[in-house]
Design a protein around this ligand. Sequence first.
Ligand SMILES: Cc1cc2nc3c(=O)[nH]c(=O)nc-3n(C[C@H](O)[C@H](O)[C@H](O)COP(=O)(O)O)c2cc1C
Length: 345
Amino acid sequence: MHGALCLTDFEALARERLQHFAFEFLAGAAGDELTLGWNRAAFDRIVLRPRVLVDVDAIDTTLELFGETLAHPILLAPVAYQKLFHAEGEVEAARGAVASDAIYVVSTASNCAIEEIAATGARMWLQLYIQSDREVTRDLVARAEAAGVRALCLTVDTPVLGARNRQARAQFALPPELSTPHLDTVGRDRLSVVSNKRQSITWKDVEWLQSIAHIPVLLKGILTGDDAALALDHGARGIVVSNHGARNLDTVPATIDALSEVAERVAGRVPLLLDGGIRRGTDVAKARARGANAVLIGRSYAYGLAAGGAEGVARVVGILREELLSTLALLGKPRFADVDRSIFW
Ligand SMILES: Cc1cc2nc3c(=O)[nH]c(=O)nc-3n(C[C@H](O)[C@H](O)[C@H](O)COP(=O)(O)O)c2cc1C
């Protein structure tokens, strides 16, 4: 692991360590994986415009999010079934989050319970898939709040799963010995994200969730300005521009390309986050310049978890933070909060 210098180096390490079906589940996306490539290619096409002879002795990456000060703008995205990647699963990932001062967004489909994850002392948000049985969601929200979860991310881009051909070819199935403590009360077969039953949630459910929650609700998986406007109309307290790591509808645009129209409609009224394809410090700056307050990484930290447990997760975040610091210095933009379109060529 110590030879890993950038985030993509961790992918090869994870590939060596993981069983084939687990690696393909993690690395794969939907359909022909076109959006998966675009998520990266769109960042790569953006050309930077550096300014020189700016005092960059003090670089400041702090930001305010829901009344809290974060040391840096990198969060860990919800990634299901982390015992596939490490024997201690989400608990180990959360230790990595603590070590790297990052907010950890726990997936509903985790293999560890929210209370166990909380015991690591990690700052947590919880991702939700609303179940057809509303009481299950109500219970989970209450458990999450009792465990100290600070925000909820309702995933809105998954009424069904996309065509995950790659994981199917590798015969991916969750090993029966891995439990999903937030879902076992419903019975896994009734969980749409596992069984791929349709799970139509609508804007009414957003209002319902907001009405039972005492913590902010963000919507994860918005790609259009129109849906961003509806999200605000229905009381969302934050938006995550995401295409689910290209795992659902193939040929939707790269998230960095969708960000501008969402940012325009949101106009700073609520925090805006982005995930999908973030691999370099320059990507984080580009997302900021197009209007994101913060970003999330998904596969990269899971590769780190597979490669080296909590230390691997912390290395991944640490490398990205270091790259962000050097990017800001080299751009002549010492404050992350000040990064704007002037950094584009
Ligand atoms: C293996 C895997 C599992 C995921 N599980 C979930 C999930 O349970 N809930 C969710 O909202 N998003 C899930 N996602 C999507 C991530 O939260 C995130 O949107 C995506 O991974 C970001 O793109 P990146 O992997 O390019 O960083 C998952 C992604 C991966 C790769």
